[in-house]
Design a protein around this ligand. Structure first.
Ligand SMILES: *Cc1c(COP(=O)(O)O)cnc(C)c1O
Length: 363
């Protein structure tokens, strides 16, 4: 290739998604494999969201509402946030990317935990921004170390809570006192993609702190508990000035009309969300205990997945599981060479995972 690529772009290792079922089945000549690799909803999408998209099909020639006004209003009503403090993304990851675009450059750095969500470093590298990746402690954010990494040139501090891929979390009170200590020139992004699944008594969304901290942004998504990963729609809450800044760098029509109507319908279908959350609350302990009983170490999780450790390279375990028809996610690229992330599935799926894992490990 003759077109020179800037060094920061050359250095990016592209995000590696979970392996699609069709690809695995084609490559291995197997069928009825099970994907427990992308934390997708085992119940599928909300039927009400499906219906809303079906009703929209005759309108596909019309551009979507540019900023998703009605969905922003619905989210505002649902969460008790003024609509001018809401922004939509083509997936919540797009809001991380917009924030990087708006606030980072070669002189403005970003701070996050090494080994948290793999998209954070990519979003920062695109901007050629210096990255301060801070080691975790016991597979959780080390808040003191993150704060120590902040300097006068820091503009973003990104935290997922619960954490992908470890499943661990920071209690509300700790995050609150952390926010009190972060200087005002740093936008703190708290990515709560799995908040619906977190049930620890001391876990809570930091959304009620928005009024107190104008440098706080809270992210949520329709990809997990709402079962709409394929449509790509997430949301962010922040101070109106932050939202106005993000709109400057947002692509027009960044969420599709289908995503907007589906998300509005899904938001109304809290019964569906509750069903998925209850399934996860029953199956996460089953999967966790099943691993422990098989001598497989598991990190206690507050999300809809668990991180396991295996006594072989994670990639090798991943390949062996593929041959059993169970797709999980090796985490070497995220800094965990002997760990894999396993999405909590329906009971039969979790059983099948445990049987296959025991077979491979000879347990
Ligand atoms: C799955 C996930 C998201 C959601 O991403 P979308 O772009 O909304 O699909 C965001 N953050 C983390 C940490 C995730 O694991």
């Amino acid at each position: 290739m003759q077109v020179p690529v800037p060094h920061n772009i050359r250095q990016i290792s592209p995000y590696v998604p979970g392996k699609p079922v069709q690809e695995v089945e084609r490559e291995l000549g197997i069928s009825s494999s099970l994907k427990m690799a992308s934390n997708e909803n085992p119940l599928g999408p909300s039927p009400k969201a499906v219906e809303a998209v079906r009703n929209l099909l005759g309108e596909l020639h019309i551009y979507p509402e540019g900023s998703g006004f009605y969905l922003c209003q619905a989210l505002g009503r649902h969460y008790g946030v003024p609509a001018q403090q809401v922004i939509l993304g083509n997936g919540s990851v797009e809001i991380v990317e917009m924030s990087a675009r708006a606030y980072l450059n070669r002189q403005a750095n970003a701070v996050f935990s090494f080994g948290s969500f793999a998209l954070y470093p990519i979003a920062c590298q695109i901007m050629d921004a210096p990255i301060k990746a801070v080691p975790m402690r016991e597979r959780n954010h080390d808040l003191d170390a993150l704060l120590d990494a902040v300097d006068e040139k820091t503009r973003l501090l990104i935290l997922d809570n619960p954490i992908n891929p470890t499943g661990r979390y920071i209690p509300f009170a700790d995050l609150q006192s952390f926010l009190e200590r972060v200087p005002g020139h740093v936008l703190v992004i708290v990515d709560e993609a799995y908040k619906e699944y977190a049930d620890a008594p001391d876990y809570a969304t930091v959304q009620p702190l928005l009024a107190r901290f104008p440098n706080l942004m809270v992210l949520g998504t329709f990809s997990k508990a709402y079962g709409l990963a394929g449509l790509r729609v997430g949301y962010g809450f922040a101070h109106p000035e932050v939202i106005a800044t993000l709109h400057k760098v947002r692509s027009p029509f960044n969420t599709s009309s289908a995503a907007q109507v589906a998300a509005m319908a899904a938001l109304e279908d809290q019964e569906f969300v509750a069903k998925g959350v209850a399934l996860n609350a029953a199956e996460r302990p089953y999967l966790t205990q099943g691993c422990r009983d098989a001598g497989i170490p598991v990190v206690p999780s507050q999300a809809n997945f668990v991180l396991i450790d295996v006594p072989m390279p994670g990639e090798q375990f991943f390949q062996a599981m593929l041959r059993e028809g169970v797709i999980i996610r090796p985490m070497a690229n995220n800094g965990y060479p002997h760990s894999l992330r396993v999405s909590v599935f329906h009971h039969e799926g979790n059983e099948r995972f445990l049987e296959a894992a025991k077979k491979i490990l000879g347990r």
